[in-house]
Each structure stands twice: as structure tokens, then as C-alpha cells.
Design a protein around this ligand. Structure first.
Ligand SMILES: *[C@@H]1O[C@H](CO)[C@@H](O)[C@H](O)[C@H]1NC(C)=O
Ligand SMILES: *[C@@H]1O[C@H](CO)[C@@H](O)[C@H](O)[C@H]1NC(C)=O
Ligand SMILES: *[C@@H]1O[C@H](CO)[C@@H](O)[C@H](O)[C@H]1NC(C)=O
Ligand SMILES: *[C@@H]1O[C@H](CO)[C@@H](O)[C@H](O)[C@H]1NC(C)=O
Ligand SMILES: *[C@@H]1O[C@H](CO)[C@@H](O)[C@H](O)[C@H]1NC(C)=O
Ligand SMILES: *[C@@H]1O[C@H](CO)[C@@H](O)[C@H](O)[C@H]1NC(C)=O
Length: 502
């Protein structure tokens, strides 16, 4: 009834007298020709709201919610812009605007003096629009939690959906036309465009976005953890750093900050090419260049990358030692009691000798038993032109149908190489292969033997004494105390060129 009260004090104060009563609607409606309608329309359209009875009428007047619009009894009073009353009682609203949305009341008096009211509605539909908060770019560290809120407008009420890097997200909370999404920043991979899309079926969906930039402690990786060099050579130590924000890098040698100069310099190369995707993450290769390596330059280096969140570092060894040996697959058929081993290594300084370690390992039908100790042989190196060494060596007198594992190291004047990977082989005859498989088991073996160094050296002396060179073959019984399997080893050293071998 509020509209009525407001209406009274304007034009129709004498005419209405407050007698209108909605309770009469049922009775009234029977006399209406027009039917109550909600008109869904669009901006700039023209809308016609009918109001007519079966019988002629005395007057008609229209209200928009509480505001009087037109009255047929007072044509001299100008209606609001874009509003017009037709003689048949219809109300026309032209060029409708969003603010025209609302209820429109028609009050009509029949010739017989019965007053009736009919309600129509205009709903001006308009496309969705949406605002996001925060907007632009938001920087968040791993471990933080950020709430992003979207507020949509439009008629009808838009539906909001969320996307992260184009993937639809499900969980969100809603209050009215505001929705929020909590992002728990767990990893770098969450970085990207957060978008909310508001759709109401009118026009194009509206999209608002914010770029989520994930900040993290620098990540350091090394293409090589050991750099092989020699005195007088030029050495490059490389360190790859990914970070957001960008990291500063410092280099240390034996724990001391390196001062750059003519002998030692650094340079950087940017590796991140796809800036549009991950545009705040820097991915940079830092290189420490030692122009002419001196003895004092050898040893442990550290590349340490800092940003405001923290730092990480990685160690690189600069050494003159030979590289670890690599066993070559030997395609030749093997006899039941011997095995040809071929390995390759590289050393800038001449290699003086190799240390070959081998031992028998249990096959499947042998119940799990403790591994035997390594047997070790010292093998002199051949003279080679260049830095690549390929060596062939035959183990003789092995137990047939058995499994063995071998590892080899090389030594130059700088020191011993790291152990090669452990390689397993079987001597000829039926042998059931056990389910050895995991690399980790092998790795474990490789480290374990460092503690056995002393024991190995002793054994090595015994065996070295029994070796013969220069294509000669010698039979040597090393005694039961030295050899675990009480086998007789016949050691034959080939001075064979690797190429001739195949
Ligand atoms: C309505 O008319 C105005 C003025 O001519 C125009 O700017 C606007 O874009 C129109 N709206 C639509 C939905 O066509
Ligand atoms: C009322 O008059 C207008 C203008 O002549 C016309 O367009 C409309 O159809 C009429 N409405 C009714 C319900 O007769
Ligand atoms: C860069 O990003 C675009 C878009 O994500 C992708 O299609 C393209 O393969 C990326 N390029 C590289 C070099 O990673
Ligand atoms: C293991 O199995 C092979 C063939 O199946 C057999 O010849 C050999 O004697 C077995 N070894 C042991 C220790 O049982
Ligand atoms: C292996 O070496 C250790 C330490 O020298 C010794 O105690 C052990 O008996 C050896 N095992 C075998 C099977 O020879
Ligand atoms: C070895 O592998 C075979 C086949 O995968 C399996 O049946 C057997 O149980 C395994 N043996 C052991 C000791 O794990």
C-alpha cells in the first residue's frame, strides 16, 4: 500500500481517497481483458504494457512501484521521458534502460465506477559483467593461502564459474552475487591465470582474471656435479637457477667467496624463452669460468642462489681425476670359465693403472646368503694417444654357471676415479638369474665398498703379484685365504685395440 500513500500526495489526491483494495483482485481480474505479464526485454527496446477491461473505462493511471507515471485524467501533466499512455490504456516505455526494471501498476476505473488494479513487470535483461579481487597480478609464496573473489552483475543473475589456467575449478563459496575461491599455494605449478566467468545467457559471458605468480626459494640444478680438467686447461662450472623473484648467485671455493678477476669470471645466459606462460620465473644458467686451471683451483665449488625467500646451493667438484669407467657390452660368446670385460674412460692426464674388483654373487637357487668380499686386481694402463682409454681384460678360471659382478676404477697422477657402475655377468652354462633389479641395490653396493678399502688393498697385492703381462699367460694359485671361492684365476691381459676386438 506504500505506493498508494505516496501517490496520494501528488496528482490524484482527490480521486483515490485510499479506497483501493487488492482484496478485490479476484473480482477485478474477471473484468480485465489484459493479463498480468512480466516482460523480459533488452536495452533500447520499446515495451507496451496493456491495461484494458471488457467494458469501457472512465480513467486509467499507472505507477511504477511507488512513483506515479501517467493519469488519463491529467494529460497536461507531462509523463517522464520515454513513457507514454495510449488512449486504450496501454503504457508504452521506449528505449528501456536497466533502471526501468520493476513492477508497473495499472489502476483502472470502469464506466460503472469499479476500480481495479493490475500489475505488470518489466525486466530489462543485460549481459553479465564481473569484477575480480585482487586483479592484475598477485604474488604468493608457496605455503600461503589467497582468497580470490568475483562479483557479477547482470539480468538475469549470472552464474559464475572458475578457471585456473583454463581448467574449471569446483570448490568455491557463494554469498549473493559474490563468490570467492580459496587458493592454497602448494607448488610452483599452480602459477597461472585465475579467471571467473559470469554467464547469464545475454550477450557474451564476462571474464575477469588475475595472474597468480608463485614465489619460491631458488631451485639449483647442475648439468655436471664433477668437472674433469687438468692444470692449464680452461674450466667451466655450470649452475642452473630457477627462481621467482630472480635470484642472485654467489660462487664459493672451499667455502670462501670467490673474487672475480682476470683469471676467474662469470657469465649468465637466460634459458626461459616462454615468458608469456611463466613470466615472472627466471631460469638462468650461471657459468663460472676458470681461464687457466692451477692446482690451487681444484676442489669443491659451491653455487649459491639467493632471493628474498631464501637460498639454495649446490656443489661442483673440479678435479683432474679420470672419469668413471664405463663397461662396454661384450657381444662375444663367453666360455663357461672365463669372461672378457671391456671398459672405457677418459682422462686428461695419463692413466697409470686400473683397479678391477669382482665377486661371485648368489644365483636364485642358492638360498640368500651374505655377499662375499670383493676380489681386486691391479691392471696397468696402456699408453694411449688422446684422452680416451679403452681397455679389455679377461677373467679366467671362473666357476661355470655362476653370477659375478664387477666394477673398475682408474688412476692418474691426480688420483683415483670414482667407481664405475657395477655390472653383472654370468659364466656359461645354465644359471637361474635372481631377481636383482633395483639400481638402488647396486648403488648401495658401490658405496659400501669404500669402507672395505683396506681389506681390498691387501688382497690386491696378492693378486698383482700373480699377474703376468705382455700377452703371456700365467697360472697362479692365490691360495684359499685370498680367494673366496677357492678358484684358480688365470689372468690374461690383452693389449688389444678396441676396434680390432670387434
Ligand atoms: C542503446 O542505445 C545507446 C544509444 O544509442 C547505445 O549506446 C547502446 O549501445 C544501445 N544498447 C544496446 C544494447 O544496443
Ligand atoms: C493500444 O494502442 C496501441 C497504439 O495504437 C496499440 O499498439 C496496442 O496494440 C493497443 N493495445 C490493445 C491491448 O489494444
Ligand atoms: C609456450 O607456451 C605456449 C602456451 O602455453 C605453448 O603452446 C608453447 O608450446 C610454449 N613454448 C615453449 C617453447 O615452451
Ligand atoms: C642351481 O641350479 C642349476 C640348474 O638348475 C644346478 O645345476 C645347480 O647345481 C644349482 N646350484 C645349487 C647350488 O643348487
Ligand atoms: C670379508 O672381509 C671382512 C673384513 O676384512 C672379514 O671379516 C670377512 O671375514 C670377509 N668375508 C669373507 C667371506 O671372506
Ligand atoms: C622373482 O620374480 C618372479 C617373476 O617376477 C617371481 O615369481 C618370484 O617370486 C620372484 N622371486 C623373488 C625371490 O622375489
Amino acid at each position: 500500500m506504500l505506493w498508494l500513500l505516496l501517490g496520494i500526495n501528488i496528482i490524484i489526491i482527490t480521486a483515490v481517497q485510499g479506497q483501493l483494495n487488492f482484496n478485490n483482485d479476484l473480482e477485478n481480474n474477471q473484468k480485465f481483458q489484459s493479463v498480468p505479464t512480466t516482460i523480459k526485454t533488452y536495452e533500447n527496446d520499446t515495451v507496451l504494457l496493456p491495461c484494458s477491461l471488457d467494458t469501457p473505462f472512465r480513467y486509467v493511471r499507472w505507477h511504477r512501484d511507488d512513483v506515479p507515471l501517467v493519469d488519463s485524467r491529467h494529460p497536461e501533466i507531462l509523463p517522464p521521458d520515454r513513457v507514454m499512455l495510449w488512449p486504450n490504456g496501454s503504457l508504452q516505455v521506449s528505449y528501456v534502460q536497466t533502471e526501468d526494471t520493476g513492477d508497473y501498476y495499472c489502476e483502472i476505473m470502469s464506466a460503472t465506477g469499479i476500480r481495479s488494479i493490475q500489475v505488470h513487470a518489466i525486466e530489462v535483461q543485460y549481459p553479465a559483467s564481473v569484477l575480480i579481487e585482487p586483479n592484475g597480478v598477485t604474488e604468493q609464496s608457496i605455503g600461503s593461502v589467497v582468497e580470490v573473489a568475483c562479483q557479477a552483475q547482470g539480468v538475469p543473475q549470472p552464474v559464475i564459474t572458475w578457471r585456473l589456467n583454463g581448467n574449471t575449478l569446483d570448490r568455491y563459496s557463494r554469498t549473493g552475487n559474490r563468490q570467492s575461491h580459496i587458493f592454497d599455494i602448494k607448488s610452483r605449478s599452480m602459477a597461472g591465470q585465475i579467471e571467473c566467468v559470469a554467464t547469464n545467457g545475454v550477450g557474451q559471458p564476462a571474464v575477469a582474471g588475475v595472474y597468480l605468480q608463485v614465489l619460491f626459494i631458488p631451485e639449483v640444478s647442475l648439468p655436471q656435479t664433477i668437472v674433469y680438467t687438468k692444470v692449464g686447461a680452461r674450466a667451466h662450472l655450470e649452475c642452473l637457477v630457477e627462481s621467482a623473484p630472480m635470484a642472485a648467485v654467489k660462487w664459493f671455493h672451499h667455502g670462501l667467496l670467490i673474487t672475480m678477476g682476470s683469471q676467474i669470471t662469470t657469465h649468465e645466459t637466460e634459458l626461459q624463452f616462454n615468458r608469456s606462460v611463466d613470466h615472472y620465473v627466471s631460469h638462468i644458467k650461471h657459468v663460472l669460468v676458470i681461464k687457466k686451471v692451477r692446482d690451487a683451483d681444484m676442489g669443491q665449488y659451491e653455487c649459491r642462489a639467493y632471493n628474498k625467500l631464501g637460498f639454495k646451493s649446490a656443489s661442483i667438484e673440479l678435479t683432474g681425476r679420470p672419469m668413471p669407467c664405463i663397461f662396454k657390452i661384450n657381444p662375444g660368446t663367453q666360455s663357461p670359465t672365463s669372461h672378457i670385460l671391456v671398459w672405457q674412460t677418459e682422462s686428461l692426464l695419463p692413466i697409470m693403472e686400473f683397479k678391477l674388483k669382482f665377486r661371485q654373487i648368489p644365483s636364485r637357487n642358492v638360498t640368500k646368503q651374505i655377499r662375499t668380499n670383493w676380489t681386486e686386481l691391479t691392471i696397468p694402463a696402456q699408453v694411449t694417444i688422446g684422452s680416451i682409454y679403452i681397455t679389455s681384460y679377461t677373467l679366467h678360471g671362473l666357476q661355470p654357471a655362476s653370477l659375478f659382478e664387477v666394477s673398475v676404477l682408474a688412476r692418474n697422477s691426480f688420483g683415483w676415479s670414482d667407481n664405475s657402475k657395477i655390472v653383472r655377468f654370468a659364466t656359461g652354462g645354465e644359471v637361474e638369474l635372481p631377481n636383482y633389479s633395483t639400481e638402488s641395490e647396486m648403488q648401495y653396493d658401490a658405496t659400501e665398498e669404500y669402507s672395505e678399502q683396506n681389506e681390498i688393498t691387501q688382497r690386491s697385492q696378492i693378486l698383482t703379484a700373480s699377474m703376468t703381462h705382455n700377452r703371456a699367460e700365467a697360472l697362479s694359485n692365490c691360495g684359499p685365504s685370498a680367494l673366496i671361492y677357492s678358484i684358480v684365476l688365470i689372468i690374461k691381459l690383452f693389449y688389444v685395440n678396441f676396434k680390432n676386438l670387434y
